[in-house]
Design a protein around this ligand. Structure first.
Ligand code: CP
Length: 309
């Protein structure tokens, strides 16, 4: 494997590298103008096999603010769907300085990474969403600059790619994460990542959602149905079963009553399912700040991988 630094998953980064990029993301957010022009003359390819609002906008806006350019590539409208992924990736890396890819399968992302001669950023695959986790931690650090290391995060929902990345980043930083995940299929759990959280003592599970939120500083939720299946008629029956099973775990005012917890969600939101509109719009919600922070997080990752500041 090449020595190029990529961001496929936080499991490939050391604790100190993760701590450094979190600090750097804070610095980037606080010194926005300082980095304008750092990517002048450079392009990023953004390859999407799935839909996106935040990932696409924040990477494209990020490259623009840094003085570079982002090229949007729809998987189906490109020749990735016709050829070997590594060949297409090697070609791309002869024209752009960095690649961000949102692919359905982690295996395909690894093939793309192996073919690339430039850094590759995972824009969310079936197993990981590292850029989201960096924005999440940036949000917590900005929200509690003096005591963020001792905060308690509680994730309520389905064990998914967002959870794997949260486990990885919180383990590296020593932040405690409690999972209330009634649905946690074997193929969604990455043992190596869970082992890191358990070994660090930062990861625990709780079945009773009311106990879990009692002392939480942040309650985090996400969709119960993966984005590519949400409107798929073939997934309708499983979607209905999931909704029935998960409804008692909805993040709503009743659940949060008497707690101090602020509320996070990586978006897109399915109001009335994993969270109520009332909570999204409440004083507790830092959801839109969290989503805004994707921009600063992406810029930090781009700068780190290309300039290693
Ligand atoms: N959270 C997130 O990745 O949003 P998008 O799917 O809209 O990019």
């Amino acid at each position: 494997m090449s020595s190029i630094k990529h961001l496929v998953s936080w499991k490939d980064w050391s604790d100190s590298e993760i701590a450094e990029i979190v600090d750097f993301a804070v610095y980037v957010k606080q010194h926005r103008v300082f980095f304008s022009g750092h990517m002048a003359g450079r392009s990023m390819a953004m390859l999407f096999q799935k839909t996106s609002t935040r990932t696409r906008v924040s990477f494209e806006a990020g490259m623009t603010e840094l003085g570079g350019h982002a090229i949007f590539l729809d998987w189906m409208a490109s020749n990735f769907s016709l050829s070997d992924i590594d060949f297409e990736a090697e070609y791309l890396s002869r024209n752009v300085s960095i690649i961000m890819a949102r692919l359905k399968r982690n295996e395909d992302l690894l093939v793309l990474r192996n073919g690339s001669k430039v850094p590759v950023i995972n824009g969310c695959c079936n197993l990981f969403h590292p850029c989201q986790a960096l924005a999440d931690i940036l949000t917590i650090v900005m929200d509690r600059p003096n005591d963020w290391k001792s905060t308690k995060v509680c994730y309520i929902g389905v064990h998914n790619n967002v959870v794997n990345s949260l486990i990885g980043i919180t383990a590296a930083l020593g932040i405690h994460l409690t999972l209330v995940t009634p649905i946690a299929s074997e193929d969604s759990i990455v043992k190596e990542v869970v082992d890191r959280g358990v070994a660090k003592g930062t990861l625990s599970w709780e079945k009773d959602v009311h106990i879990a939120v009692k002392d939480a500083d942040y309650v985090y939720t996400d969709t119960w149905v993966d984005m590519e299946f949400f409107n798929d008629p073939k997934f309708q029956k499983e979607k209905e079963e999931r909704i029935e099973l998960m409804m008692p775990y909805q993040v709503n005012s009743n659940l949060l009553k008497g707690t101090k917890a602020k509320v996070m969600h990586d978006m897109p939101i399915h109001a009335g399912y994993e969270i109520t509109r009332e909570v999204v719009e409440s004083e507790r919600s830092i959801i839109f700040t969290q989503a805004e922070n994707r921009l600063d997080a992406q810029k930090a990752v781009i700068l780190k991988l290309l300039e290693n500041p």
